[in-house]
Design a protein around this ligand. Sequence first.
Ligand SMILES: Cc1ncc(COP(=O)(O)O)c(C=O)c1O
Length: 390
Amino acid sequence: MSAFSARTDFPRTWNALARALAERRARGLPLLDLTETNPTRVGLPAPELASLAHPGALGYAPEPQGLLSAREAVAAHLATRGAHVSPAHLLLSASTSESYGWLFKLLCEPGDNVLIPAPSYPLFEYLTRLEGVETRTYRLPRAHGFGLDVEEVAAARDARTRAVLVVNPGNPTGHFLREGELEALGRLCAEAGLALVSDEVFSDFAWDEDPGRVPTVAGRELPMLTFSLSGLSKVAGLPGLKLGWMHVGGPDALRDEALARLELVADTYLSVNTPVQLALPGLLAHAPRFQVALLERVKENRRLLLQARPRDARWDVVPAHGGWSAVLRIPLEPGEEAMCLALLDEGVGVQPGYFYDFSGGAFLVLSLLPPPDVFARAMEPLVRVLATSG
Ligand SMILES: Cc1ncc(COP(=O)(O)O)c(C=O)c1O
């Protein structure tokens, strides 16, 4: 018998790609790193940090939901996105990841499951398993441009399903939830008693205008319990400050019960530090500057990628509408990992699609955050190595 819980028994062996990357770094070889998604490492504007030295920062008067002044700042931020919400329906946490953990505690008995999209962000397996919760996958069909197909969601469900997770826009697929999809999802969730957990960390990063998309479920009249998640890590490019938020919505009685229970969960940890809560209005006031610079960066790098693609290439840039990544569909041979290793040999780091549970083809994922001179230098070896595939 193990001394440890099965839910912390994660595989810890490195895959060939991680080993090759570490080896390359250890040998001091140059790397054009198109896997870099940390916004603090790519030369984007950072805010003044003087506000973290607020005179009240050493005080401690914890409010489980988060300081009212901080929740008011989040409500004001959401209002600029057209979502009018009450601070009473907001809850602060240390990160979106922590918010997920609290929601799984709130919604699931051990052994219950939540529906997760594929392809998507790879952390869900960990976040759920640590709470004793299982996942069932619904596919985002490529034929829908990796958009949501409610039939797939309905088919993935079983008697122990408690919630549907959507990532809006998808990471790394950059596809926004659409009004019709939300309506269909609302019907399904209301009928089956499922909550909707909407991860909106990238929703401020749309590349184009489209009135048919849903930027957030916060502040919407919906027939099911809804949780809309975001935080400073993406909205202001400040993952190190550790502040996330969730908006709780849905039918009044369900919403209020959820808030009361979440308040208890939050009170058990009180994990959000006071200085960052006091500084939040100033940090959110900085967010537009960061977002404008990031969007300019992402669009320029995407333009470089589209421009570098030869007309007769056997690979494509998958259409998308937002986020921080580009997805390439590549020929099946020699395979995603072999292609990543071949690119690494030429000094270019990219991620294989299987990291994000893509299926129905071979894919590569490129971060669009690196400085354009780095991104531009990666284009020649990328195009050359991809020309050998298929
Ligand atoms: C879709 C998505 N949700 C949540 C997170 C985690 O955000 P946080 O830093 O707030 O935990 C990430 C981080 O990359 C993400 O891509």
